[in-house]
Design a protein around this ligand. Structure first.
Ligand SMILES: [Zn+2]
Length: 298
């Protein structure tokens, strides 16, 4: 309990930093630009320098009722949302991965846990946080920074290498979030082949969509995101993630059009839906497959 609470608080602080990264991002500059990340935080509307009591994650937002204390301007919901998502990921992901990989519940704080385990926990944590930052930046700027996609590609290489080298220590089938269902669909017995296959599927599928729609629907940022995330998730996980993202995007986009908030010609960033699909696949991929096959009485 105390470890979960500590991880949650640490995640809140990291989420607060990620908000700074997102709000100070401009497409002309690098994501992690020291000159932009340094310096005190200010209200984006009146420039008022934030005091210590205004910098407490989530709490300040609630106490101030979502408004700047100085000018009263409504603040973005992104602040508490990113902080809460980051905190939840820190608090729950290690334990989720423990049960997936067959580690004991206390593995995260045990000095005896193997290095590959910490490597995988760190890589998945970083991948999810990167997806959260990509979502927030795409919603604000309609762009996915290249360096974040490149970082995902590096994480994908690490995850593939660790799973490939240590799959003997992991519960059977648990190298995929679809668990036993991955056997039905996997491309090969080789983890490297499945992850490279996932990367090629993600990249080629979205490249085809961009070419067919002549760039009106998706952009090349989405192609690069699907390519890198395909290596991270691997085949068949990336396929389920893409299907779920299209279902979510279709429902949400359709609802906006029906509500008259958007027309078919409006640009809607797609990265948030892809990331939604990635997260659903990671945390509920096995349950979704079980439910789907259950429909047919299998
Ligand atoms: Zn203000």
């Amino acid at each position: 309990m105390i470890t979960t609470a500590l991880l949650f608080l640490f995640g809140l602080a990291i989420g607060s930093f990620l908000n700074v990264v997102v709000f100070r991002y401009t497409p002309e500059k690098k994501v992690f630009d020291g000159t932009r990340l340094g310096g005190r935080s200010r209200c984006p509307y009146c420039g008022h320098v934030l005091g210590v009591q205004e910098l407490v994650p989530v709490v300040s937002f609630i106490v101030q009722r979502g408004k700047c204390r100085s000018c009263g301007h409504r603040l973005s919901f992104q602040y508490p949302l990113v902080e809460l998502v980051s905190a939840s990921v820190f608090a729950f992901l290690p334990f989720f991965l423990n049960s997936l990989y067959g580690m004991s519940g206390a593995a995260f704080f045990s000095a005896e846990s193997p290095l590959w385990y910490y490597g995988l926990v760190a890589a998945w944590l970083l991948a999810i946080l990167t997806w959260v930052v990509i979502t927030a930046i795409d919603l604000r700027h309609y762009v996915i920074p290249n360096e974040l996609n490149a970082f995902l590609l590096v994480l994908g290489i690490c995850i593939t290498a660790l799973l490939s080298a240590y799959h003997g220590s992991i519960f059977p089938f648990r190298v995929s979030f679809l668990e036993n269902f991955s056997l039905l669909f996997s491309l090969s017995d080789s983890i490297v082949m499945n992850h490279v296959g996932g990367m090629l599927f993600g990249g080629l599928f979205f490249a085809l969509l961009v070419l067919l729609s002549r760039g009106r629907g998706m952009g090349f940022g989405d192609v690069k995101l699907a390519f890198a995330s395909g290596l991270v998730l691997g085949w068949p996980d990336i396929v389920l993630a893409v299907i779920l993202s299209f279902i979510a995007g279709g429902i949400f986009g359709g609802a906006l059009v029906l509500a008259g908030r958007k027309t078919m010609k409006d640009k809607i960033p797609f990265a948030p839906f892809l990331v939604f699909g990635f997260l659903l696949t990671i945390f509920f991929g096995h349950a979704i497959m079980e439910g789907y096959f259950g429909l047919f009485g299998l």
